[in-house]
Write a new protein. Structure first.
Length: 252
């Protein structure tokens, strides 16, 4: 077994070199193995004299550097990486399961997401990615704003990185000629919470707090092109979803 102090010294050496490379603009990693041997010869020999380590381009993947610092550090949220990870997840698994894991990782550090995306100053919907099988949205909900019951006709994963949203889940009343629905459950989502939803889910959403709520929504389809339904809020009668009306209401 390698002595714990040797491993600690090795970790300090790695951290020092990474810090010089990413933050200080130090030398490249051509002699990375030699540096490890200098810091801890016993472990360095295992890695190999003169070994090389593949690293991301400087300035693009600082999250990789911070991840190397060890326990207690979190990787920085990167929008491009998040989109890429969601894209890879959908390519591997067309259900919501893999994408939900990506969103959960991001929401483990909601303040990092807020820093990367910026704290919202007004309500709105900002597409981060849109394709036939994946849409990623950055949403800001104004205080006391409610979206009436609606479905998606695709799975969704909701992650809250600031504020709160209250969901009421609905179900169709069997064989009702007007497509009426009834309440079936509820869930409040607070900062850091993630909620996966299957393709048949019907829900209404309210921001109950006196400030903007910020969320990332990931959908397993083209959110803006899918034909789906919404329910009139008083009588709960089904009607076609009006995307333009939704955009207008959301931006007020």
């Amino acid at each position: 077994m390698v002595n714990g102090l040797v491993l600690l010294d090795l970790r300090i050496g790695i951290t020092s070199v990474l810090h010089r490379y990413y933050v200080g603009g130090g030398p490249d990693f051509a002699s990375f193995g030699h540096v490890l041997i200098e810091r801890a010869q016993g472990v360095g020999k295992v890695l190999g004299q003169g070994g090389r380590v593949a690293v991301p381009p400087r300035g693009k993947q600082l999250g990789w550097y911070y991840g190397m610092l060890g326990a207690g550090r979190r990787t920085m949220f990167d929008i491009d990486r998040f989109v890429s990870d969601c894209r890879d997840a959908v390519d591997r698994d067309p259900t919501h399961k893999a994408a939900a894991e990506v969103v959960k990782r991001a929401m483990s550090d909601p303040s990092g997401v807020m820093t990367a995306l910026g704290e919202p100053t007004e309500p709105g919907i900002t597409p981060l990615y849109q394709s036939a099988d994946l849409t990623i949205l950055n949403l800001a909900w104004r205080p006391s704003f409610t979206v009436p019951p609606h479905n998606h006709e695709m799975w969704a994963v909701i992650g809250i990185y600031g504020g709160r949203e209250d969901n009421i889940f609905w179900r169709r009343i069997k064989d009702h000629p007007d497509g009426l629905i009834e309440a079936a459950g509820a869930r409040a989502l607070s900062t850091g919470d993630v909620c996966p939803m299957g393709p048949d889910i019907i829900h209404s959403v309210t921001n109950p707090i006196p400030r903007l709520t910020a969320a990332i929504h990931v959908y397993g389809g083209d959110f803006f092109e899918a034909e789906r339904s919404e329910w009139e809020p008083e009588g709960l009668v089904e009607k076609p979803y009006d995307m333009e009306a939704m955009r207008t209401r959301f931006g007020k």
